[in-house]
Design a protein around this ligand. Structure first.
Ligand code: IMP
Length: 431
């Protein structure tokens, strides 16, 4: 492994998610001893291929596929216990080892409750076309309760079973009133929810720990730590294309609070970018190609959501947005994924700037009114042909593909050190 990844590394998506972080975290986890999730919940979907087996994770850190790795779920995650246990049961059934020895969950992690999912779905249905286009996993309402405080439930509440009953009774009774008034929903039975979550708590207890403490101890012991970012910079609730974002700080900036780690603990910030752009859900997308180019990318790249199977919106690479993400997150190296998807096109386009009301903008503003109204400025490069998935060295790629990577690197201002040319673990070129 290159000296590039000596020290601890945060892996973060630089676009609107689905950049192929799962594969890269799995690739790097070979040299890691600890893998940590710090944001988001079961709205994430990371895909890992090991031989002929394909796994989709939503909550479990991708390190579970590497024997000897300690996997941590940080306090910044929102945890749906039903999804967690379904994932554990599925993977264990397929021979993956997941025990309280290699998986630890922070007692500070907040819980997704059934009424969060109902509220998410009802809000989206009411919003219609102008809705955010959420994954309906209850993510927004859970983070809202976290900030609200008195209506939130954390993993710690499951462990302190004696208080759980009265808390769930109080919260569900109140929420039933709100959901009735807002969405005319029938009431949920708090006893049923209590019994379900009490049982979740009993099953979860052996996995619950102080993740922040474990992380700091691992750091002191010189262990190699990998932070597995979910979603991406442009979906960050503060720095993304608000309000068309998720509800967590899913840029690299969120790792310090979301995992409970001091800034000095991380030396490398590896940004993952696709060779083109995609997004799911609503919101402006300046380089979107709602045409045969978009369809070509969607079909070749299998651009359908891992979590919801929704077709993703596809378009040319937006280097304005990428430069913003690189600078904001202190990116020290970049991995470009899905370069193979662009093979077969006569030419490829890169967005190098925006025009807004006749004025050229020289940096990306995550401001919806501006973004909805910009005209991308493109640079056109020659395309390349052939299957590049078997290339093991950068120099083996068609010259045009090499030029594409080098030009992107120049514009975004960060070195592209990894090039992923296929879904397999080994289809990764280290430059
Ligand atoms: P939520 O996270 O379910 O609330 O959805 C908010 C927005 O973020 C929607 O546009 C989702 O499609 C998008 N989103 C959330 N997670 C992901 C992801 O992992 N990949 C791509 N889009 C995501």
């Amino acid at each position: 492994m290159s000296t590039l990844f000596q020290g601890n590394t945060c892996v973060v998506g630089l676009q609107w998610g689905d950049e192929g972080k799962g594969k890269i975290v799995d690739f790097l986890a070979e040299h890691a001893e600890v893998v940590v999730r710090y944001c988001g919940g079961a709205n994430a979907g990371h895909t890992v291929r090991i031989g002929s087996e394909k796994y989709a994770t939503h909550l479990l850190p991708v390190g579970v596929f590497r024997p000897g790795v300690l996997n941590l779920v940080g306090n910044g995650v929102v945890l749906d216990p039903a999804v967690l246990f379904a994932e554990i049961d599925e993977f264990v059934g397929r021979g993956v080892v997941i025990t309280p020895e290699n998986l630890k969950i922070s007692y500070k992690t907040h819980l997704v409750m059934p009424y969060h999912m109902q509220e998410d779905a009802a809000r989206e249905a009411k919003g219609g076309k102008s809705g955010i286009g959420t994954t309906k996993r209850g993510i927004g309402p859970t983070y809202a309760d976290k900030m609200q405080r008195t209506t939130a439930l954390r993993v710690a509440d499951l462990i302190h079973e004696q208080n759980l009953k009265s808390k769930i009774e109080m919260v569900v009774t109140e929420r039933n009133k709100v959901l009735k008034v807002l969405y005319d929903m029938p009431p949920l039975d708090w006893r049923e929810i209590f019994e379900t979550y009490r049982d979740y708590g009993r099953r979860m207890a052996p996995y619950v720990d102080d993740v922040s403490h474990l992380l700091i101890q691992s750091w002191k012991a010189g262990k190699r730590i990998l932070f597995e970012g979910a979603h991406a910079v442009l979906l960050d609730v503060d720095h993304g294309t608000y309000p068309y974002v998720t509800s967590s700080n899913c840029s690299s900036l969120g790792l310090f609070t979301g995992a409970g780690a001091p800034p000095q603990l991380v030396q490398n910030y590896l940004g993952i970018m696709k060779a083109y752009s995609t997004r799911v859900g609503g919101g402006p997308f300046p380089t979107e190609q709602d045409n045969e180019i978009g369809n070509y990318i969607r079909e070749r790249g299998n651009e359908y959501g891992t979590t919801t199977r929704r077709p993703r919106r596809c378009g040319w690479l937006d280097c304005m947005a990428l430069k913003y993400s690189v600078e904001l997150c202190g990116i020290t190296a970049v991995c470009i994924t899905l370069l193979d998807v662009l093979s077969g096109l006569d030419h490829v386009k890169i967005c190098t700037g925006y025009k807004h009301k006749g004025v050229t903008l020289d940096y990306f503003r995550a401001d919806m009114d501006t973004l909805a109204d910009v005209e991308p400025v493109y640079e056109i490069l020659p395309g390349w042909r052939g299957n590049i998935s078997g290339c093991h060295k950068f120099e083996e790629l068609p010259r045009e593909a090499q030029t594409y990577v080098k030009r992107v690197e120049q514009i975004i201002g960060a070195p592209i050190r990894l090039v992923s040319v296929g879904p397999d673990r080994n289809a990764t070129i280290l430059r």
